[in-house]
Design a protein around this ligand. Structure first.
Ligand SMILES: Cc1cc2nc3c(=O)[nH]c(=O)nc-3n(C[C@H](O)[C@H](O)[C@H](O)COP(=O)(O)OP(=O)(O)OC[C@H]3O[C@@H](n4cnc5c(N)ncnc54)[C@H](O)[C@@H]3O)c2cc1C
Length: 416
């Protein structure tokens, strides 16, 4: 029987739940606190560069199956673009060495056996030494499961895990790292094609979802912050938004897809991660050189990934807490020096913007991972979604969509 489901929060988790429910014929009302949907995955016009930029460069991989299915369901899969096969150019800023990691397009990690495709100066045994990570228990740190040193670590494992976990890999959760390795490196090049929303996160992943929801008769209310839940026994019976209050009927459900602090404030006693890590992005208004790869991995510098967009070079620095208080101009200069070396360009600092997301992700350590709650709650018609819930993955778009899909499925099946 069709139900009405209230979705609190219009980030990727909330929107993926909303789209799934609306596509299944349920009534959907999305309530978002801010004036813009997208949460930590959004675009905005930036006056400093005179460009529409994303709050952060977001990289997806072709093996992010839930994220890809979400994009397909809102008609924008083709807007996630990348090279035909899983090739990752890298540069080492200390030695100047450049190489291409070529994972090919197989379903098996056959590239490991081909010297010309793997990381230079590494051998098959180096890759086999990563095996303990693959099924590592949740309570272990990466540094307890594998040796965090050597050429393969510095040139591939460290950049991959730092990007995925957003913590210094040795202290990261080996369980979460193992999930990443299983779903990417171990699944062959076919699962590892790097994909970006070249036309912007909002244009590809957010606005089409809102349009689809509206076409299906769902409502999306911006500036509608949930302040309190009304309960009776084991059910949510009302939602208080400050100015107005909405009754939640006996057949209705609520999906709460808000960040952990907001969720804990609304649901006292809820256990959530309590520590977070920053991501720093810098955007430069600069036409990328014609041969610039869409994504360049950088080792030995301040910058970790360089993205080439039309009219713009953008960089990502994960676990960037050490940089959040650095004077902006100084940081922009330091990053631009790395960009010049990596991209082979020169010149004065062009118009720039730095976005420091202080609470970009929960800290993906075993300790914080253990605090992630399940989607079900003590209320029969209240379900949690969010990249910080217990998805088995670090805080990523893929994890967000999985959490949204799962919460939607639970809401559809809820026990009366
Ligand atoms: C800089 C940066 C770079 C990143 N890079 C990548 C990447 O390369 N690849 C990748 O896969 N992932 C990346 N991520 C992670 C990804 O952005 C997140 O995992 C994802 O966006 C989280 O979505 P969410 O819906 O779970 O949470 P959020 O995006 O936080 O959404 C929660 C929403 O709830 C709203 N809300 C809060 N309180 C209330 C309330 N009381 N009532 C109503 N609404 C409320 C918020 O305003 C927000 O819109 C990155 C994140 C950042 C910040």
């Amino acid at each position: 029987m069709p139900r009405t489901v209230h979705i609190i929060g219009a980030g990727i988790s909330g929107l993926s739940a909303a789209v799934r429910l609306a596509n299944a014929g349920h009534g959907v009302h999305v309530h978002e606190a801010t004036q813009q949907a997208g949460g930590r995955c959004r675009s905005y016009f930036d006056a400093a560069t005179n460009l529409t930029i994303d709050n952060g460069n977001h990289l997806l991989l072709s093996g992010n199956h839930h994220a890809m299915a979400y994009a397909r369901s809102i008609g924008t899969e083709a807007g996630l673009v990348g090279p035909k096969s899983a090739q990752f150019p890298f540069v080492d800023l200390v030695t100047g060495q450049r190489w291409l990691l070529d994972l090919g397009d197989s379903r098996l990690p056959l590239w490991v056996f081909d010297e010309s495709r793997r990381v230079p100066d590494t051998g098959v045994l180096d890759y086999l030494a990563l095996a303990p990570l693959v099924w590592a228990p949740a309570g272990k740190e990466v540094g307890e499961a594998i040796r965090c040193e050597g050429t393969l670590y510095q040139r591939l494992v460290q950049p991959l895990l730092l990007a995925a976990l957003n913590v210094d890999p040795p202290i990261g959760s080996a369980g979460l790292a193992g999930a990443i390795v299983r779903e990417t490196l171990l699944a062959g090049g076919q699962a590892c094609r790097p994909l970006i929303a070249r036309d912007g996160l909002s244009a590809i992943l957010i606005e089409p979802a809102i349009r689809l929801l509206q076409e299906k008769g769902a409502s999306v209310s911006l500036g509608h912050e949930l302040r309190e839940l009304t309960t009776a026994g084991d059910r949510i019976t009302g939602l208080k938004f400050g100015g107005d209050e909405i009754a939640v009927g006996p057949n209705d459900a609520v999906v709460m897809a808000v960040p952990p602090r907001a969720a804990a404030a609304l649901l006292p006693g809820l256990q959530t991660p309590t520590k977070f890590r920053a991501i720093v992005n810098a955007h430069f208004r600069f036409d990328p050189p014609q041969n610039a790869p869409p994504i360049l991995g950088i080792v030995g510098g301040l910058v970790e990934w360089l993205f080439a967009f039309p009219q713009r070079l953008s960089v990502t620095i994960s676990s960037g807490d050490r940089l959040v208080d650095m004077p902006r101009e100084e940081l922009a200069e330091a990053i631009w020096r790395d960009v010049c070396k990596a991209a082979g360009v020169s010149g004065e600092l062009p118009p720039w913007q730095i976005v420091r997301e202080r609470r970009a992700t929960f800290e993906a350590t075993p300790e914080q991972n253990a605090l992630r709650p399940k989607a079900t709650t003590s209320f029969k018609n209240l379900f949690l979604a969010g990249d910080w819930t217990d998805t088995g993955l670090p805080a990523t778009i893929e994890g967000s969509v999985r959490s949204g899909d799962r919460a939607a499925d639970l809401a559809m099946r809820q026990v009366q």
